[in-house]
Design a protein around this ligand. Structure first.
Ligand code: FAD
Length: 318
């Protein structure tokens, strides 16, 4: 089976989601290729190959907003190369390209996939509904290529031997008005510590932290544990922290070894973004809080008393 993975490059490296999808693709198909949008650094090429891409179709969009051109280029290539499956990540550019490509090819997209099953000639997709409490299995019928949008952290990126991929340069097609938007400036949010999606430990705070000032305790604890800071939507909506820290259905999906939830109730929309974490520790003053339903370790208590004590103990340990 021929599988393509839509890969994005950020700061000279492929996104972790691209590598997760490539790893899954190699378990499903024998001919795996990446369609890379970016400058195509040597490091990116090496990592794509190490995660299973024998071929990399490389489109460098320059300063063009890439979605329109990438979809047109993919449609043209798919017409000649006939991939069975094209995987996209659940992130803005990928979703934009998947939608445009579906329109161009006249095929459906299955979105929010947490697993893909290919056997006996059928390709089926599992996705979670009702806040992750119910799994739905959907099978493609009709002509391909089948387009799937994959949720981050559904698969684990595992590098193999790699080598040098065959790189095929793809020209940016002229798509008229829809391709005329240009990227004129980029803002990179300054952040300290590990990235939220890649951190081994996440310390997340919710409305129970009280206010913006007290939220700094979450940051202090995270600093001591070399952890990333996360937050519930209530906190983001209140303006205490930026949206980039939001964990959940409309925020980031994380899968750290340890997730510490401070003053977070555990609404379904939050759980869906962190429930696959290794060990979940919750501190909440309400023993009925739903977060305790999935916590491995729960402390019923006031965050303003428990967390400072925890910080004190960690500092004493040195
Ligand atoms: C379409 C949609 C998408 C959404 N997407 C997201 C999402 O991506 N991420 C997300 O998080 N939410 C999301 N939400 C919002 C979600 O439904 C909840 O409203 C939100 O998660 C609640 O945040 P919270 O747990 O911080 O606040 P609350 O639900 O208000 O919980 C606060 C908790 O703190 C506890 N507490 C209070 N004081 C203390 C104290 N001193 N010590 C200890 N515990 C204390 C309380 O007992 C309570 O359990 C979404 C909602 C919708 C409708």
């Amino acid at each position: 089976m021929r599988i393509w993975v839509f890969a994005e490059e950020v700061d000279g490296l492929p996104t972790s989601l691209s590598l997760e999808m490539l790893t899954k693709a190699t378990s499903l198909g024998d001919q795996v290729a990446a369609f890379l949008v970016g400058t195509g650094s040597a490091e990116t090429m090496g990592l794509l190959a190490a995660h299973g891409a024998a071929t990399v179709y490389h489109l460098d969009p320059g300063d063009a907003l890439p979605s329109s051109g990438a979809a047109a280029a993919l449609a043209e290539l798919a017409g000649t190369e006939n991939p069975d499956l094209i995987l996209f990540g659940l992130q803005p550019t990928d979703r934009d390209v998947a939608g445009r490509l579906a329109g161009r090819l006249g095929v459906p997209v299955l979105s929010n996939a947490v697993d893909i099953i290919a056997d006996e000639g059928s390709i089926r997709v599992l996705n979670e509904i009702l806040g992750g409490t119910t799994l739905v299995e959907t099978a493609f019928s009709g002509k391909g290529p089948h387009l799937i949008v994959v949720r981050p952290k559904s698969f684990t990126a595992e590098p193999g031997d790699g080598g040098d991929p065959d790189v095929v340069a793809v020209a940016l097609p002229d798509t008229g008005h829809s391709g005329s938007a240009r990227v004129i400036e980029r803002h990179t949010e300054t952040a300290e510590g590990p990235k939220l999606e890649e951190a081994a430990v996440v310390v997340a705070g919710g409305r129970g932290m009280g206010d913006e000032e007290h939220f700094s305790v979450v940051e202090e604890l995270a600093g001591l544990l070399s952890a990333a800071v996360g937050a519930s939507r209530a906190v983001v909506d209140a303006g205490w922290v930026p949206y980039s820290l939001q964990v959940g259905q409309t925020g980031r999906t994380v899968k750290p070894t340890v997730y510490i939830a401070l003053g977070i109730s555990g609404a379904m929309q939050h759980l869906v973004g962190m429930k696959d974490s290794g060990t979940i520790i919750a501190i909440n003053k309400d023993e009925e809080a739903p977060i305790f339903g999935i916590a491995d370790l729960g402390v019923v208590g006031d965050v303003h008393q428990v967390v400072p004590k925890l910080i004190e103990a960690l500092k004493a340990r040195g």
